[in-house]
Write a protein that binds this ligand. Structure first.
Ligand code: PLP
Length: 385
């Protein structure tokens, strides 16, 4: 049985009878940009996250960019963030002219190591940008306390964590601004690009609305240099339908994660991820780690590759897809090494990037498919002992 790392076609089949007529209605309406569907969706998403404002936009990247611009982060400012995320998170910090300050990660949660956060705060620090990586919420109680003590803005990157909760509260409602992506692979994925910003601050919401519409505070009256960042009406109509299913799909991810944990936690040398007490993780990815120096050396000597890559190749041979998120920490990307970041500076993330492997995870993954993944993993490791 082949098991893909992700299969979006099954979800479409499941909801096609609801999606198809809605898409046709939008097509027939002639209203492809803006309109009541956008307004309705923004209200529904704000209600879902538990904030007073949601502003939709074209992508998660734009959501982050608009968030930084709305709170006037720019040249001379520092933004503390994680090196273990998709490049977009820090790309936008650099794009507004600010400097990303990388703090190492916690190897259990793969999120920012909050114990190291305060040491990174300087006179130039303006904001903290935590990322709820793979759907695992950052301890927002601790992070917000640090931010408050130092009078720092908090912008949450919730791209991979729509619906995740910390202490019974949705991520994206803790910081000054929450940024979401509706890229198709996300927990709430459109059929194209999309994104949204959430906030309880009306002035920030207004500023983002202005910036996403060419800086216009009134029609044809631009007070700022903005961008064009709109969520297409068709995409809003689609995710409006999908939002109704999000909790049940996230529950299914949680069920599959619990099953992975049950089967994998007993296997020596596999470290499955674990949810922190007080959190509700929504498992955009299910990412295990391999950590055994002896095996690592053996694989290196015999196959000239690292253990994680060797396992991935063995799984591939059995028809099981797996993915490496992320092979290179962001501080070691060429654009940041040229700023002076270097190997050895953030030892945990540097090691984690050599160890992580994301297993198939999507709500429609069947238990039979999941068992196939587990057996394939169990099968290949003993070859090395
Ligand atoms: C953590 C994180 N931040 C930001 C983004 C950017 O979102 P988008 O692809 O919608 O621009 C992504 C998307 O992959 C992401 O995973």
């Amino acid at each position: 049985m082949k098991v893909p790392p992700l299969d979006l076609t099954q979800q479409y089949k499941f909801i096609s009878q609801e999606i198809n007529p809605i898409v046709q209605q939008v097509l027939a309406s002639g209203r492809y940009i803006g309109g009541s569907i956008i307004d309705e969706f923004e209200q529904q998403f704000a209600d879902y996250i538990g904030v007073s404002h949601c502003v939709s936009c074209n992508s998660g990247t734009d959501a982050l960019f608009l968030a930084l611009r709305a709170v006037n982060i720019g040249p001379g400012d520092e933004v503390i963030t994680t090196p273990f995320t998709f490049f977009a998170t820090t790309e936008v910090i650099s794009a507004v002219g600010a400097k990303p300050i990388f703090v190492d990660i916690d190897p259990q949660t793969l999120n920012l190591d909050l114990g190291q956060l305060e040491a990174a705060i300087s006179n130039d620090t303006k904001a903290i940008l935590p990322v709820h990586i793979f759907g695992q919420p950052v301890d927002m109680t601790q992070l917000m306390a640090i931010a408050r003590d130092h009078n720092l803005i908090v912008i949450e990157d919730c791209a991979q964590a729509t619906g995740a909760e910390w202490a019974g509260q949705k991520v994206g409602s803790f910081g000054d601004i929450g940024c979401f992506s509706f890229f198709p692979t996300k927990n709430l994925g459109a059929f194209g690009d999309g994104g949204a910003v959430t906030t309880n601050n009306p002035a920030i919401a207004t500023q983002i609305r202005i910036l996403k519409n060419h800086g216009q505070s009134a029609k044809y009256y631009s007070e700022h240099i903005g961008i064009n960042s709109r969520l297409d009406t068709i995409q809003a109509a689609i995710i409006q339908v999908k939002l109704r299913y999000l909790d049940s799909w996230n529950e299914q991810r949680r069920y599959l994660a619990a099953r992975y944990y049950e089967f994998l936690s007993g296997i020596t040398d596999i470290f499955p991820p674990q949810e922190l007490g007080g959190s509700r993780c929504v498992w955009n990815q299910y990412t295990i780690r391999f950590n055994n120096q002896e095996l690592e050396q053996k694989v290196n000597a015999g196959f000239s590759t690292c253990l994680r890559d060797w396992v991935s190749i063995q799984l591939e041979k059995k028809g099981i897809g797996s993915t490496v998120y992320y092979p290179t920490p962001l501080h070691l990307q060429p654009v940041y090494t040229s700023l002076g970041y270097k190997l050895g500076q953030l030892p945990v993330v540097e090691q984690v990037c050599q160890q992580v492997l994301s297993l198939p995870m999507f709500p429609e993954l069947s238990t039979e498919q999941q068992e196939e993944v587990i057996y394939a993993l169990k099968d290949c490791l003993p070859e090395l002992y």
